[in-house]
Design a protein around this ligand. Sequence first.
Ligand code: IFG
Length: 527
Amino acid sequence: MSRKKRKILMNILLIAGIFISTTSCVKKTPVDLSKETLIPKPVSVTATNSSFEITNKTRIYFNKGSDGIESTAKYLAEILRPSTGFPVQVKSTLKKPKSGNIYLSLTDNKNLSEEGYELVITEKMVQLTANQPAGLFHGVQTIRQLLPDEIELKTHAGGPWLIGTGTILDYPEYEYRGAMLDVARHFFGVEDVKQFIDQLALYKINYLHLHLSDDQGWRIEIKSWPNLTLHGGSTEVGGGEGGFYTQEQYIDLVHYAAERFITIVPEIDMPGHTNAALSSYPELNCNGKATKLYTGTRVGFSTLCTKKEVTYTFIDDVIGELASMTTGPYIHIGGDESHVTPMKEYIPFINRVQEIVLKHGKMVIGWDEIAHSALKPNTVVQYWSLAKNAKKGVGQGAKVLMSPAKRAYLDMQYDSTTTLGLHWAAYVEVDSSYSWDPEKLVPGITKEDILGVEAPLWTETITNMNDLEYMVFPRLPGLAEIGWTPAADRSWDEYKVRLGKHGKRMQALGINYYPSPLVPWDEKSAK
Ligand code: IFG
């Protein structure tokens, strides 16, 4: 071949090489989206068997015309940066960005509810749309889970950061998917609660019920009744130092949760479970004498004096201050285990307390015993113990929040060897906490009667985040799936394999989960 021809051929090969390396026709690694181990399981997944790669050029764009979504774009960027080491800039845009980027925008998609989202992943772009900002936030949790477990690390990991291509269309079964943290038996500070909120967000939980008062402690500052925290917040089960949230700290928690589309539901338990208040103010006792602080774990021995007017002034002040700090629609009034309040006093008491909550612009949630009273139209009955109470509530037209102790109580021991927790309701292994259907649990309570599900963690035996995580995980992801995924799409045998692949992700998140022998834990990386 002549020198001239050889030169032309070399130029052709050079141009071809440049063309291939700079265009998307480079063969992308195939990733099967349908094999991803998402919890909660999405409504529909259609895979197209290629992949999108997050690189150091990838940016997160959010649509400038969509209000309230910049914080979600920044939230995703903050997750991606430490592990990838990429800059992951966040930019607003009025039109669809060029290829290689992630794009968040609001839309009007009748196939999606308020919290649904659509995730369209191609080799060129990850496009997430939703009707409301909450849906985008839930879609971001799915993006997280589609990336390798190492994405959750706070230190640089290797990648490559591939997301399988295809379309996910997803929305929840129930509007209320909650957890409860009892900060009264043992107090958990602001940073612990924020960490818990972050963990809840990954599983699309959207409510956090804080059990703020009980016999052993009062945990929220009430300016008009300062002794509630100064005295009533000064101890806890076992005699430790207890603690409480100042109003500023509580408001900070409400905002932190709201930025993650989690609504705080504050509970002031009454008329029972009130020894901390009764010890703080003598006038709240029928005999006018303050009780001693209590650091044991008995229940059912205390009651506000339902016959005294000062009791209702107290409740009005407390609910008023609490409502003014709470952006969510609910205040929980407790109502459980009022064993020393005569029913003929309990019923008018609960009737009156509902009026007080409504006066302050909130709706009532109460434990299932409140169904003995005359429920206001939007009052929600939280089923924990007696199905007949829950059915009584449905009979009055109330919605039911399903928290059956035998399935959903996260303080129940896994089995008789679990050193933490209780077992008065049952031993609740991971399979038992997953294998139930809210709309079939109680005959007479149908899907239409159910507001949603909530998993309470009572803390008589739980004193720190390590122990909290051991009891909450891995049962909470399953309860989150019960609230999100259609029952027809759920089975323990299929779920346990997906959960088994979440072990590495929980490890990457530093979660001290219980490695249940019932789950086929996948020790190597899930992908
Ligand atoms: N029942 C009590 C809680 C707590 C719990 C521990 C409810 C509604 C047992 N009330 O559950 O205060 O002590 O499992």
